[in-house]
Design a protein around this ligand. Sequence first.
Ligand SMILES: Cc1cc2nc3c(=O)[nH]c(=O)nc-3n(C[C@H](O)[C@H](O)[C@H](O)COP(=O)(O)OP(=O)(O)OC[C@H]3O[C@@H](n4cnc5c(N)ncnc54)[C@H](O)[C@@H]3O)c2cc1C
Length: 462
Amino acid sequence: MINAEVKKKFRAIVGDEYALDSDLDRFGYSYDSSFVPLVPANNPDMVVRPLTTEQVAAVMAIADEHGIPVTPRGAASGRTGGSVPLMGGISLSLDRMTNILELDEKNMMVTAEAGVRTIDLYNHCAAKNLFFPPDPASWKMSTIGGNVAENAGGMRAVKYGVTGDYVMGLQVVLADGTVVNTGGKAVKNVTGYDLTSLFVGSEGTLGIVTRALFKLIPMPKTRGTIRLMFGSLDAGCETVNRLLQENIVPAAAEIMDKTSLDAVARKRSAAFDPAVESCVILETDGEDQAALDAQAKRIAAVARECGVLEFQVAQSQAESDELWAIRRTMSSAVAALAPNRIGEDISVPRSAFPEVVKRIKAISEKHGLTIAVFGHAGDGNLHPSILCDLNNPEEAERAHHAADDIFAAALAVGGTLSGEHGIGITKKPYIYKALGEAGVKLMQSVKQSLDPKGILNPGKIW
Ligand SMILES: Cc1cc2nc3c(=O)[nH]c(=O)nc-3n(C[C@H](O)[C@H](O)[C@H](O)COP(=O)(O)OP(=O)(O)OC[C@H]3O[C@@H](n4cnc5c(N)ncnc54)[C@H](O)[C@@H]3O)c2cc1C
């Protein structure tokens, strides 16, 4: 519990209006977009919403002095419970820090505060024909601070990479309130350790990101959409792999299995050919329409060799929207199949994609639960969705065992626990299996040196 005297100090820093401790406010900051249960124990003692880095630093100095846990929070769209305050203390919300500070067109870089929404940063840059590629599906809500903390990816990761690939520098407030600036605009930089990368993906456990400098690239001039239907999931995966091997790199390559497609068909009152077992949707981009047409021809040739059943190139924006609607409605369509959906996020070597999907189908049969599989075929990142009723204790147990088996399958084929959602709370039990004792120990020693009192996002990752 934070005593009244200390609460007063927080209020003095951010103003009464932005230091909240009513039951309703505390409840409102106790959950995120994961399945971490809603329990009063996860209410923070206080919600603090600073406006500037100086205020964040002052808040952290007091938290450090009194040993108060601090859970950073962006838009709470995280899927693994990262912004759930497990140990009370402060929920430190960066949502008021929404300034885009500089768009440096010459160097093609942008500096923004942590609370800027991904889509706002994208649009701001796009207005100058500059492209900020990291595109988590949550981009209308997720903040760039959250994206940096989770190293968020998106559909375009196959060609353009993930958030971390664009971070040139960060402003970070450390556990004791010290402000550090890492990296900078120099493209090559080997002055000391790469602290920028250390903070990327650290899930708010090493410092509070208050500002980020990202590099940008020129906006592609044209985009195209292609939908491919296959008689097996293997054929879909094989096509994507072959395209990449032949240096035909789509901007996005999404794959969906039959369960997912049936769910979409039901939701959209549409029908797919019953022979179809998987669907791949590609986004292509390039300099002009001729380049896209040439690319589409090469893609068609590879797909034919892999036995494609249907090949459709969108001829207009409306057609493109229609093809992407399949992918966009996927999550909600699959979720509608059962009272609950446990959506996982594993990542495997691209070549192991068909094998891990086979294993997931076997896990589905073993536990008597439907598991829909869709994901980013281009980078081996899958989202198996376990459909279940968590209010039925016996079924809930089976679902959790199925999740255990899915993680084991990912590790067995050389993959990892998370491609983009991080570890947070929900994947903690598996961290030793993934990293080994020595790996966890090394990470804990980094944590210990940056946050000796363990006040930054306690209870996360391990
Ligand atoms: C519908 C939906 C679709 C999604 N699609 C994708 C996707 O395609 N790709 C993907 O990668 N993720 C996806 N996500 C997950 C989520 O949106 C991302 O993890 C996102 O980056 C989280 O951003 P946020 O601002 O909501 O952070 P939060 O959820 O608030 O926080 C996430 C973590 O970051 C920490 N944190 C937040 N801000 C800071 C900061 N300024 N400094 C330090 N630590 C901080 C928090 O403590 C927490 O550990 C999706 C989520 C939803 C609900």
